[in-house]
Design a protein around this ligand. Structure first.
Ligand SMILES: Nc1ncnc2c1ncn2[C@@H]1O[C@H](COP(=O)(O)OP(=O)(O)OP(=O)(O)O)[C@@H](O)[C@H]1O
Ligand SMILES: [Mg+2]
Length: 267
């Protein structure tokens, strides 16, 4: 695994002084609250772990929603490790300055968290969520913030960060494609975007409320549409790592049952 992330070739003349994290990093950010950042970041982290990767999940959100979504009880140690298929997810919460130490200055090994292949970062809703350099930024919008706040965030995104726009709540894909192009034109840079907006799914909401993985849900209707979207985002992160193996197929819901060593009687 490369010690440094494979960085975008799309931005010529990138200043050599631009910082990049010590391991490939995916950041979920929005200016607005409640646009499924935590839901999507947890699901992408799980999907990456299912491919056998050692995933470091960093939540900089004080609410620490991500821990409960992963079924980790409040009394669990601050750094909790779960097995997820052939891979692992290490979950830790960090203030922004601690996340910088962990991702850019010292790295997880020197800080005693152990070697990891990729980091996934869940951020609280605010402008600075989109300001980490050298990462894959998944910028989420529900459309109502597109006019101003999302643009404010993206205008401060470092040039060596790759941006992928995601639209949550159902919208005709053609309308979303138009909006995504408008966002790129206004910000003045290339961005990828997930073509199909992610729809609402009651089963996904329920799973998250109960701390269950959305990968264990029955794969039909809008739940499947959301899983397909997450699949694309996880695959994007994998490709950006420069992985040369083929992308492993989505495991079946039964195969993706997750457990926490030491906490789960079946583990
Ligand atoms: N696809 C979905 N369909 C329906 N509800 C969803 C879906 N994804 C997430 N939710 C629900 O929407 C709510 C907000 O999601 P989530 O907490 O992931 O957003 P967030 O952007 O992390 O919020 P915050 O800004 O507060 O951190 C949660 O109750 C979650 O269960
Ligand atoms: Mg959240």
């Amino acid at each position: 695994m490369p010690a440094n992330p494979i960085r975008s070739m799309r931005i010529p003349g990138e200043p050599p002084s631009q910082h990049a994290p010590l391991l490939p990093t995916v950041v979920f950010a929005s200016y607005k609250g409640g646009v499924w950042k935590t839901c999507l970041s947890v699901a992408v982290a799980e999907r990456l772990a299912m491919t056998g990767l050692r995933v470091l999940f960093v939540t900089t959100d004080k609410q620490e929603d991500a821990r409960s979504r992963m079924g980790i009880p409040p009394e669990a140690p601050p750094i909790a490790r779960r097995e997820c298929g052939p891979g692992t997810i290490t979950v830790l919460s960090a203030r922004q300055s601690q996340a910088i130490e962990l991702l850019y200055r010292q790295g997880p090994v020197r800080l005693g968290v152990g070697p990891h292949d990729i980091a996934v970062v869940d951020t609280p809703p605010e402008e600075h969520g989109g300001h980490l350099p050298g990462v894959l930024l998944i910028a989420i919008t529900d459309g109502t913030d597109a006019a101003r706040n999302l643009l404010t965030m993206l205008q401060g995104t470092p040039s060596n960060t790759d941006i992928t726009l995601v639209k949550v709540w159902q919208t005709p894909p053609a309308v979303w494609a138009h909006d995504a192009h408008t966002i790129q034109r206004v910000v003045g840079r290339y961005m990828g975007f997930l073509e199909d907006p992610l729809p609402q799914s009651d089963a996904i909401k329920e799973a998250h409320d109960q701390g269950a993985s959305i990968w264990t849900l029955r794969r039909s209707g809008t739940t499947m549409d959301v899983l397909n979207g997450v699949e694309s985002l996880a695959h994007m992160a994998w490709q950006r790592m420069g992985m040369d193996q083929p992308w492993p197929a989505m495991p079946s819901p039964k195969a993706t049952k997750v457990y926490v060593k030491g906490w789960d009687p079946n583990a």
